[in-house]
Design a binder for this molecule. Sequence first.
Ligand code: ATP
Length: 301
Amino acid sequence: LTQLYAPLNFLGFIYREIKNSLSDMERMFGLMDEQQEIKDDKGAIALNTRHAEIVFQDVCFSYESERQILHKVSFRVGAGETVAVVGTSGAGKSTLSRLLFRFYDVSSGSILINGRDIRSYTQLSLRQHIGIVPQDTVLFNNSIYYNIAYGRPSATHDEVIEAAKSASIHQFVSSLPEGYESQVGERGLKLSGGEKQRVAIARTILKDPPILVLDEATSALDTRTERKIQDELFQIAKNRTTLIIAHRLSTIVDADRIIVMDQGKIMEQGTHSELLEKNAIYARMWAMQFQASEIVEASEP
Ligand code: ATP
C-alpha cells in the first residue's frame, strides 16, 4: 500500500495542478467575456426581413473616451433606398458602417432597423442581413473559390460560378492555370485592387443580403474599371437598402439622398439637385471634383 501511496499522491498533485489551471482558464475566459464589448441582449430576437429600414437617431460615438467622433448623427435609409455619405477624410463616414454592423456600440442615441434598436437583435442575425463591400478587401489565404463561397458556405458550385459571372470576375478566374483553385491572399496570387473588389462583390451577391454597405475605394482605380465596378454595384444595390460611403461624387448623383459630413456632424442632406441648389458645401465639393475629373479624363487615352 505504501508503494502505491507515493504515485497516487503524485497523481493527486497533478490533478490539483490541472484543476487549478483549468479554473485559471475559466477565469481567463470569464474575463474575456467581460471584456468583450458587444454582447447579445438576454431577450435578443433574430432579425428576419427582406425589407429593412435603417434609422440613425441622435447617434454619438467615440472610440476613445477623450475624443468624440460622431455628434448627434440622425438620418434615415428607407427600405430599398440608396443613401450616400460624403465628406472630408476622417469625418466619420466608415464609422457609421462599423456601428451598423455592431463592431462597436453607440455611446448614446440609437440605430434602428424596422423600428427596433439593433441591440435588441442577435448579432448573428444582424450580420447575416448586412453585406459589406469594403474599401480594401482582405482575402483569406485560400482558393478564389473559397473566398467567393465564404459569402454563403452552403451555396452550390453553380451558384458560386453564377455569382462570379455577375461580378465580372469569372472570365479572369477561368484564365488562370488553376482556375477557381488558384490560391490567393498574402501567400498566394496577388490580385489587383479591382479584382479583389470583384471577389468581394461576388461574395456579397452570393450572400444576398437585404442591407448593403458599399465603402468606395479611396485608392483610384482607372476611371473605366471604376465605372464598370460602379455599374455592377448599382445592379446589386437594386431593391436593397444601401448605404454608400462615397469618395467620388459622380458615382452617387442618383442616390435617393446624400448626406454631407464634416468632423462627425451632418452638415447637409438632400438629393444631388437639392444640394446643388443650396449652393453650399456639397455644391463646392461638386464643382471641385468635376473640374478634377475633367482633367483626368482629358489625360486618359
Ligand atoms: P476616410 O474618408 O478617410 O476613409 P472616414 O470619414 O471614413 O475617413 P472614419 O474611418 O470613420 O473616417 O474615422 C473617423 C475618425 O475616427 C478618424 O479621426 C479616425 O482617426 C478615428 N478612428 C477610426 N478608427 C478608429 C479606431 N479603431 N480607434 C480610434 N480612432 C479611430
